[in-house]
Design a protein around this ligand. Structure first.
Ligand SMILES: Cc1cc2nc3c(=O)[nH]c(=O)nc-3n(C[C@H](O)[C@H](O)[C@H](O)COP(=O)(O)OP(=O)(O)OC[C@H]3O[C@@H](n4cnc5c(N)ncnc54)[C@H](O)[C@@H]3O)c2cc1C
Length: 414
């Protein structure tokens, strides 16, 4: 099948690696090139802020595929190589080593990169970011050395790093202008649960204030906050969000907004060019609008959908957005895509750290998060996907099964 064709994937991480795997599994017999800027073969990032960072899991546990996989599958891995220019009229990709690759189909799986702080002192040594295996190794050495860390940003990465640093015994301060951690996604009520979890583990939570400056001679020694505090520290980790790596796509004239715009088949505005993973702003059939998320599950499943679309097979990406996080002994899964809601319903006791939170707009669930409660995410995703009209009291009642929470007067329970 297509044995005289060349398919090129830019970005050798989760989305790119899963796309390559799927292309071969679906019988693509042509030349397949996977270009990656990093030196390592594709690996998973979630352990980098959790067990790998804490030294509880080794390098072997992070890779997407075993070492021999790419050679066995005749996937040309070009690591340590950056794609610099995309010429869609000639279907040619230029790499930083000067090589030019002609392609029949191209997948952009270039992911996202950390936003950088621009306050005075941001360039000082010891102001760290976390995205790559190398970043995690650098941070792991800092955790080994101990001391005091200021974590700037109480989003997912910042919260997980704060938890890991605390678990390794460091003195941890978190600074964020928001009122509670994870406020943008979880809102005040559920964010407060995470604030209390961190505070309960001895993290100093400085919320409602930002960083004004970092100070130190060569390396950072102090953080000055907007509310006038001076925090002495040995290093800083900034987790202030990420932005999609759209440079290559924009330079090639593809439609780009907050991500590379693709349809539900993950096809970009340019024939023959596809995008998947953190970089893709994909029209989502469930929401009727473009959605871009930075979730492991999204990269895992968009890669294969893009691969099938590249082969001309019918494929649509319509999964309910899903992610997970582990902080201390609190594990959670979140499903949905909620930017607005009018109330939160709890099932179980948030103080007991075993509960499900539902975000509702009218009588529909727009998102649900199970915390230390397992094997319920499929049921939650079904309620969201099928837009089941629910009854708040039934939803909150632990004795009513999740498949039975529909509003009774709107028809018989699901
Ligand atoms: C520390 C950390 C912890 C996380 N934890 C969780 C979690 O607990 N749960 C969860 O759901 N999600 C988590 N995520 C998010 C998840 O890891 C990402 O959604 C996922 O990695 C996205 O995969 P991707 O393949 O789309 O992009 P990326 O993983 O960003 O990979 C893109 C790759 O493309 C390469 N690249 C970019 N441009 C070029 C170019 N021009 N030429 C060649 N190569 C290029 C990059 O170097 C990179 O290797 C975490 C992320 C991080 C950083």
């Amino acid at each position: 099948m297509n044995s005289d064709q060349t398919f090129v994937i830019v970005g050798a991480s989760l989305a790119g690696a899963k796309a390559a795997e799927t292309l071969r599994a679906e019988g693509f017999a042509g030349r397949l090139v996977l270009v990656g800027a990093e030196e390592q073969r594709p690996y998973e990032r979630p352990p980098l802020s959790k067990e790998y960072l804490r030294g509880e899991a080794g390098l072997d546990s992070v890779y997407v595929h075993p070492e021999g996989f790419y050679a066995e599958q005749e996937i040309e891995l070009r690591l340590g190589t950056t794609a610099e220019r995309l010429d869609t009229s000639n279907r040619e990709l230029t790499l930083d080593d000067g090589a030019r690759l002609r392609y029949d189909r191209l997948l952009l799986a270039t992911g996202a990169e950390p936003r950088r702080l621009s306050v005075p002192g941001a360039e000082l040594d010891g102001v760290l970011y976390l995205r790559s295996l190398r970043d995690s190794d650098v941070l792991r050495e800092r955790l080994d050395a101990g001391g005091a860390v200021v974590v700037v940003g109480a989003g997912w990465i910042g919260s997980e790093v704060a938890a890991s640093a605390r678990q390794r015994g460091l003195d941890v301060t978190v600074v964020d202008p928001a009122a509670v951690p994870l406020e943008r996604v979880l809102g005040l009520e559920v964010g407060a649960v995470y604030r209390d979890i961190h505070a309960g583990h001895g993290v100093r939570m400085l919320l409602g204030t930002g960083v004004e400056a970092f100070e130190g001679d060569a390396a950072v020694e102090r953080v000055r906050t907007g509310d006038g505090r001076v925090l002495e520290c040995d290093f800083v980790v900034a987790g202030v969000g990420a932005r999609p790596r759209t440079g290559l796509a924009a330079q090639a004239g593809l439609a780009v907004d907050d991500g590379v715009l693709v349809d539900e088949h993950l096809q970009t505005s340019m024939p023959g060019v596809f995008a998947a993973g953190d970089v893709a702003l994909a029209r989502h059939p469930l929401y009727g609008q473009p959605v871009r998320v930075e979730h492991w599950d999204n990269a895992l499943h968009q890669g294969p959908v893009a691969a099938r679309s590249m082969l001309g097979l019918p494929a649509v990406y319509d999964r309910v957005p899903y992610f997970f996080s582990d902080q201390y002994d609190v594990g959670m899964e979140y499903a949905g895509f909620a930017r607005e809601w009018d109330r939160v319903v709890f099932r179980g006791d948030p103080a007991g750290r075993e509960f499900i939170a539902f975000w509702l707009a009218g009588d529909r669930i727009v998102a649900g998060m199970n915390v230390n409660v397992w094997d319920v995410s499929d049921a939650i995703q079904r309620l969201i996907r099928e837009r089941v009209a629910v009854d708040d009291r039934r939803l909150a009642d632990l004795d009513v099964p999740l498949h039975d929470v529909a509003l009774v007067e709107r028809g018989s329970p699901a």
